[in-house]
Ligand binder design. Structure first.
Ligand SMILES: Nc1ncnc2c1ncn2[C@@H]1O[C@H](COP(=O)(O)OP(=O)(O)OP(=O)(O)O)[C@@H](O)[C@H]1O
Ligand SMILES: [Mg+2]
Length: 500
């Protein structure tokens, strides 16, 4: 089986976002598609899967030309897509989701038994998943939901599976599960198109890599002929510093202090962050990292213990109170919490400022523009609706809007999720600048090298409780040891610079 896309061109409202892109994938191959935020990766995958019709260009499968007027057409031709944003219905079961819109019917009724049976078979095929066909999707971890998305693709007998940042939301150990699963797909002759910003897995998984830049194909090469710095150079068009920005040297007074903090999900939280300090929060999925940030932000406030800001006890019982007190939270879930999708870039960027600091909004507007420029926002202008921005560019707007509010305490929950390597470096610089200007930063980040590279100290959570603390430049194994309920190995201090 060979899929060949030739000369794919696509414009939205007069703006051309794909310029004659060629791409082919063969059976059993993993073909990675990489590029900066807004380069056109998702759009290319959407053209392949029938979401968008191309303005020009052809799609051939085994020499036969196809026109996909809808996702259904693409499905019938054996193409399945796993979108950047989840498309599962959280309140339904795994089996209902797998067969959504294609429910088998028997004697005029949906054949529930068959749906469950077929789903169970597919789950068994993909390996040990830890859940069954009757589980409600809402109860599954993000990694498990990703497995459901893949099973859904398999249920359509797909021969070509396109995945748009399937690991963006996964922790490192879950990425390994997905990697295994993809290897099993290719072993069965399925062709995989793989979009990701994470270098390690691109190199671990792919056979070939296509680089897109500004909607055009820069190159397609066998992965074996590339290395990460070369690839980054091709994507970004310039050299990137290989190291994280220097850590803080001197810290000020304690800005944030939590004593004996507790919520239904957290117990015994003792935590201090000084002005100028970036404290990393590590832990496995479900360890309480997001819950900790949300509790400090007043979204799911502490029900026990005490929070002090600059030495003064505060009751942060709602986000509004927290924001007014100078606490900002950049969330990982931009769709649910971060952005008003049908409003413009400008409106979103000023949302926090206007809501809380009316008088300062004017100063903030200029600052917001600078911030958006610093992180390299790609948009047609400040009036563009946020929902038309690429995933990574949406995340940049979320960051800018919170940074513009000049917080005292900056809570970052996966702030670089979906952001391209070049912009990531810019975000790292911004976080360091914030810290250097006296902000206390708490950082949650599932990519351990990034967490370690950015943190002056790392607090590890296990099962809702503090499991220990590690110094700057801690070893990944030590973080993992604490995160999984063990102890770090005794070894000589090795605080080296951390490569990106
Ligand atoms: N429906 C749409 N209407 C208008 N513009 C759009 C639409 N969809 C995408 N675009 C624009 O097309 C360009 C490419 O977007 P795309 O989502 O393909 O980027 P991407 O490479 O997937 O980026 P990311 O890494 O951030 O996900 C962007 O400039 C985006 O704003
Ligand atoms: Mg995308």
């Amino acid at each position: 089986m060979t899929l060949r896309m030739s000369g794919i061109t696509k414009s939205f409202l007069g703006v051309t976002v794909l310029h004659g892109v060629d791409l082919d994938v063969t059976a059993g191959e993993v073909h990675a598609v990489v590029g900066e935020n807004g380069a056109g990766k998702s759009t290319l995958l959407k053209v392949l899967s029938g979401v968008h019709e191309p303005d020009a260009g052809t799609i051939e499968i085994d020499g036969r030309r196809h026109r996909f007027g809808s996702p259904r057409h693409a499905q019938d031709a054996g193409v399945a897509i796993i979108h950047q944003e989840f498309t599962l219905v959280p309140e339904r079961t795994v089996a209902q989701n797998v067969f959504l819109g294609r429910e088998p019917v028997r004697r005029g009724l949906v054949d529930v038994a068959r749906m469950a049976r077929d789903t169970a078979e597919l789950l068994a095929e993909v390996g040990e998943t830890g859940f069954g066909p009757h589980e409600v999707v809402r109860r599954l971890s993000v990694a498990q939901q990703q497995v459901v998305e893949i099973v859904k693709a398999l249920a359509t007998q797909a021969r070509i599976v396109a995945m748009d940042e399937p690991t963006a939301a996964l922790a490192d150990h879950e990425v390994a599960l997905l990697t295994d699963l993809i290897r099993r797909l290719t072993a069965r002759g399925i062709a995989v198109l793989y979009v990701s910003h994470r270098m390690p897995e691109i190199f671990a998984l792919s056979d070939r890599i296509t680089v897109l830049k500004d909607g055009a194909r820069v190159t397609t090469r066998p992965t074996a002929e590339l290395d990460p710095p070369t690839l980054v150079g091709l994507m970004v068009g310039r050299e990137l510093a290989a190291y994280y920005p220097p850590r803080g040297r001197e810290f000020g007074e304690v800005r944030l202090e939590v004593r004996a903090g507790g919520t239904p999900a957290l117990r015994g939280i003792d935590l201090t962050v000084r002005a100028g300090e970036v404290v990393g929060v590590a832990g496995l999925q479900g360890a309480g990292r997001t819950e900790l940030l949300r509790a400090i932000f007043g979204a799911d406030p502490f029900t026990a213990g005490e929070v002090r800001l600059d030495g003064t006890p505060v009751r942060l019982t709602s986000p509004r109170r927290a924001i007014t007190a100078g606490v900002a939270l950049v969330t990982e879930d931009r769709k649910a919490e971060g952005l008003a999708l049908s409003r413009s870039v400008r409106e979103n960027a000023l949302l926090v400022l206007q809501a809380v600091f009316r008088r300062r909004a004017r100063i903030g507007a200029a600052r917001t523009r600078d911030l958006l420029e610093a992180v390299g926002l790609r948009s047609t202008g400040p009036d563009q609706e946020v929902r038309f921005l690429s995933g990574g560019n949406q995340q940049k707007v979320v960051l800018a809007k919170w940074l513009a509010a000049d917080p005292r305490v900056l809570l970052l929950d996966e702030p670089t999720r979906g952001i391209d390597v070049g912009a990531k470096a810019a975000v790292h610089e911004l976080v360091r600048e914030q810290a250097a200007s006296g902000v206390a930063v708490l950082l949650v980040c599932s990519e351990l090298p990034e967490l370690i590279g950015m943190s002056d100290r790392i607090v590890v959570l296990h099962d809702g409780e503090p499991a220990g603390e590690l110094p700057a430049g801690a070893a990944e194994e030590d973080v993992m040891a604490l995160a999984t309920g063990g102890h770090p190995a005794a070894r000589p201090d090795e605080r080296a610079e951390v490569p990106r």
